[in-house]
Design a protein around this ligand. Structure first.
Ligand code: P1T
Length: 382
């Protein structure tokens, strides 16, 4: 089956007892056993739940993986992957990642004895130079949050393939989604998602996911999922499943709207620099065209007027809501240095205060253009 069909049907079939077309929300913590230790596949909902199982199967198929694991947030998914490692292990990560990921790595996991190095993973030489014998994991975001920098997944996977022991390659595919980018097909071992974003798609749920192909890796992650317990509620799994049904349709419109907005911003006198993967000004547009189906729905831009102009623009929009997060049907605007990436302040991966990030929604693009135009005009009057 092709992606659009999978997004509606993967992992789901009419409920065998009632014929309900939609996967029921199995709002139960436990399951009756026919005899001691004789159950019908489910014992306790931290370990497994049918609504979650449907979501996990759906995610696995969409990412061209074998196994999906759902979590209560993107951070919980990331944390569980990192628990595969032991004190003394080294992680090589991109130098432009979600602020919460950096905070987890530096403030939670480093004190437990993991070591992290951050490099520009868009540059293969930097990746090669930073690898160590004890490097167990390479962590990529591509496109990155918030700069929309890219890394060549296939190239990094083949670099790692020649290493012994071979580090795992994990890709946070939150910004691209499996509709635009296929990390496992390009050689990654682990795909991570904040399902809060495009997969959920409606800003009404917080969730995370991990998808892998290797049965042994899955077994270790499923053990951790149950042992640590950061699992999503059945209702939340239902909401993500419902969101995924329209993922390809939404992503096409997000990208069409974002491409027009990127063109508009690139020409605007108040804007110093625009970042959008499919815009000709993006230094890695060739890689974007090779690796992604479209440029997606996220845009970042640097204001010539710096911090004051960025804050003014973000506060002056009327349709774009000033809020963290992304990937919903509604457009959002934010200033990463003061909001989503505040935890990187003063660090090697800090972002400038004049950077503005847009999550371009599905509204009429002319309304979005007019809204941005009046907000930028307000910033120019400062
Ligand atoms: O928020 P949560 O579901 O826990 O997901 C964390 C996360 C992981 N990876 C990426 C690439 C992300 O962007 C996020 C969350 N990001 C935001 C909330 C944000 O506004 O950037």
């Amino acid at each position: 089956m092709r992606f659009e069909t999978l997004s509606i049907h993967a992992g789901q079939k009419p409920d065998p007892t009632t014929g309900a077309v939609m996967t029921p929300i199995y709002q139960t913590s436990t399951y009756v056993q026919d005899g001691v230790g004789k159950h019908r596949g489910y014992e306790y909902s931290r370990t497994g739940n049918p609504t979650r199982a449907a979501l996990e199967a759906c995610l696995a198929q969409l990412e061209a993986g074998e196994f999906g694991l759902a979590f209560s947030s993107g951070m919980a998914a990331t944390d569980t992957v990192l628990r595969l490692l032991r004190p003394g292990d080294h992680v090589l990560a991109g130098n432009d990642v979600y602020g919460g990921t950096f905070r987890l790595f530096e403030r939670v996991l480093r004190p437990y004895g993991l070591d992290f190095t951050y490099v520009d993973t868009g540059d293969l030489k930097q990746v090669e130079a930073a690898l160590r014998p004890e490097t167990c994991l390479v962590w990529l975001e591509t496109p990155t949050n918030p700069w929309l920098n890219l890394s060549d997944i296939a190239q990094i996977a083949s670099l790692l393939a020649s290493r012994s022991p071979r580090p795992w390659l994990a890709v946070d595919n939150t910004f691209a989604t499996p509709y635009l980018q296929r990390p496992l097909e390009l050689g990654a071992d682990i795909v991570v998602h904040s399902t809060t974003k495009y997969l959920g798609g409606h800003s009404d749920v917080v969730g995370g996911a991990v998808v892998v192909r290797d049965p042994e890796l899955h077994e270790r992650l499923a053990f951790l999922q149950n042992a640590v317990g950061a699992v999503p509620a059945p209702l939340d799994c239902f909401l993500v499943l419902r969101g995924i049904k329209t993922l390809p349709v939404r992503m096409d419109r997000h990208a069409a709207n974002a491409a027009l907005l990127a063109d508009f911003l690139a020409e605007h006198p108040a804007v110093a620099q625009v970042r959008y993967p499919f815009h000709p000004s993006h230094p890695q547009m060739d890689l974007a065209l090779r690796q992604m189906r479209s440029g997606g729905g996220m845009i970042s831009f640097v204001m010539k007027g710096g911090e004051a102009a960025a804050r003014c623009t973000a506060e002056a929009t009327k349709i774009f809501a000033l809020a963290e997060s992304l990937g919903g049907v509604e457009s959002l605007i934010e200033v990463p240095a003061a909001m989503t990436h505040a935890s990187t302040s003063g660090s090697q991966i800090a972002v400038p205060p004049g950077l503005v990030r847009l999550s371009v929604g599905l509204e009429n693009v002319d309304d979005l253009l007019e809204d941005l135009s009046q907000a930028l005009a307000a910033a120019e009057r400062l």
